[in-house]
Design a protein around this ligand. Structure first.
Ligand code: MEV
Length: 433
């Protein structure tokens, strides 16, 4: 089914209405959606996943709209606790959609297994010997993962590195197909170790994947016409130039690059979590990659091209659509059904595109009115909920405390008790809201 990710007015609906719209558009039953998205995990099942379980912990599950990647529309599931992230990503994705959408490509899903050798008596000769046996070692690696071979994956090659002082490391490059790959790669590393020891004469050390999966990169490019960046009294060309300057700032300064990348990871991680993927693996990989030449750098950069703003992103991304939590977590399984991808690389392209959208949204806000005004409006809602407001009270209390510019718990409690006692003071929000 050809999907359309443009759902105008979705944000104004109630949760039930949103589920209905999403269910209909995605061909998923409302009851499946409801069952999967009220927590997604029972305590009894959680108890089988990790140790010492005393309960489960929920986060908001939302949908980012307007995501067009390589000409196809996607609804991107996002799990995140920070206000504004989903709205901002959807909004920026809409601007990018106006310029033709995200163009993305990804490497084959190749992960690296590391086998460490210590006390190698003659490292130069050992490296030569290991390289000379690469065919045999690849075949031995393949023999550890027959199921992966049947699915079209397997060992694609090896690399031998002399790290000095008698330490040698052998890398196995393993195409993990639709799996994130940690278990497969670790199985290969452990299965080949004895033969590697025989060939090198050293002592076997660690046998484990590397989360710096720089053979599994994703690239995204987007073009945004300057006119679609205009808003809040700023013309498009000025916003475009502000975003380009913000990008240059991040390219020159690791302090800024860190925050720049944090904004990008707001969107990317949210998709990673909503699809049951290992966000610590993703985080460690992308930040190591960002610092690969010794200076921490932005993962996405922005340039002006004619009237347009052009963004380019590149990062390593190890995501899976089979195995892991997708087997046991109903919410993660629903996340995968919603995004509707057919391969792990397709998921990587969608997640990275949402990351780019989040980065663009943050830079656009920062290059214009700043982020605090939008944030505070949403923050007021959380404070209203913390004060005990429920249902329609939330918006009313939030708008009162936001209007007064007094967003704190005491003010929210006071507004709530005034509302419940019929003494609500209606305060106009600040101009421009
Ligand atoms: C906040 O979660 C993310 C931002 O700080 C990102 C940025 O500064 O680019 C707004």
């Amino acid at each position: 089914m050809e999907r359309n990710s443009r759902w105008p007015g979705f944000y104004k609906l109630s949760i039930e209405e949103r589920r209905q719209v999403a269910a209909e558009a995605l061909g998923i039953s409302v009851s499946d959606m409801q069952q999967a998205l009220e927590g997604g995990l029972q305590s009894e099942r959680a108890d089988k996943i990790i140790e010492n379980v005393v309960g489960t912990f929920s986060l908001p599950f939302a949908l980012a709209l307007n995501v067009t990647v390589n000409g196809s529309d996607y609804i991107a599931p996002m799990v995140v606790e920070e206000p504004s992230v989903v709205a901002a990503a959807s909004n920026a994705a809409r601007m990018i959609r106006g310029g033709g959408g995200f163009e993305a490509d990804a490497d084959d899903p190749v992960m690296t297994a590391q086998v460490q050798l210590d006390e190698v008596p003659d490292p130069v000769a050992a490296c030569e010997r290991l390289r000379g046996h690469s065919g045999e070692l690849c075949a031995l690696g393949d023999a550890q993962v027959p199921g992966l071979l049947r699915r079209g994956g397997g060992v694609r090659g090896i690399e031998v590195r002399d790290l000095g002082d008698g330490m040698v490391v052998v890398h196995f490059f393993v195409d993990c197909r639709d799996a994130m790959g940690a278990n497969l790669v670790n199985t290969v590393a452990e299965g080949v170790a004895t033969r590697i020891q025989e060939l090198s004469g050293g002592e076997i050390g660690l046998r484990i994947l590397s989360n710096l999966c720089d053979r599994r990169k994703v690239r995204v490019r987007a073009r945004v016409p300057a006119a679609s960046l205009a808003g809040n009294g700023f013309d498009g060309a000025r916003v475009r130039d502000g975003i380009v300057k913000a990008s240059r700032f991040a390219e020159r300064d690791p302090y800024r690059a860190t925050t720049h990348n944090k904004g990008l990871m707001n969107g990317l991680d949210a998709v990673v979590i909503a699809t049951g993927n290992d966000w610590r693996a993703v985080e460690s990989g992308v930040h190591a990659y960002a610092a690969r030449d010794g200076q921490y750098r932005p993962l996405c950069v922005w340039r002006g091209e004619g009237d347009d703003l052009v963004g380019e992103l590149e990062l390593p991304l190890s995501l899976g659509i089979v195995g892991g939590p997708s087997r046991v977590h109903d919410g993660a399984r629903m996340g995968l059904r919603i995004v509707g991808v057919e391969s792990a690389t397709e998921l990587a392209m969608v997640a990275a595109s949402v990351g780019m959208a989040s980065n663009l949204a943050a830079l656009r806000a920062l290059a214009t009115e700043g982020i605090q005004r939008g944030h505070m409006a949403l923050h007021a809602r959380s404070v209203a909920i913390a004060a005990g407001a429920t249902g329609a009270e939330v918006e009313r209390v939030a708008s009162t405390i936001h209007g007064k510019g007094d967003i704190n718990l005491a003010a929210a409690e006071q507004a709530l008790s005034a509302l419940r006692g019929g003494r609500e003071q209606v305060v106009a929000p600040p101009p421009g809201e």
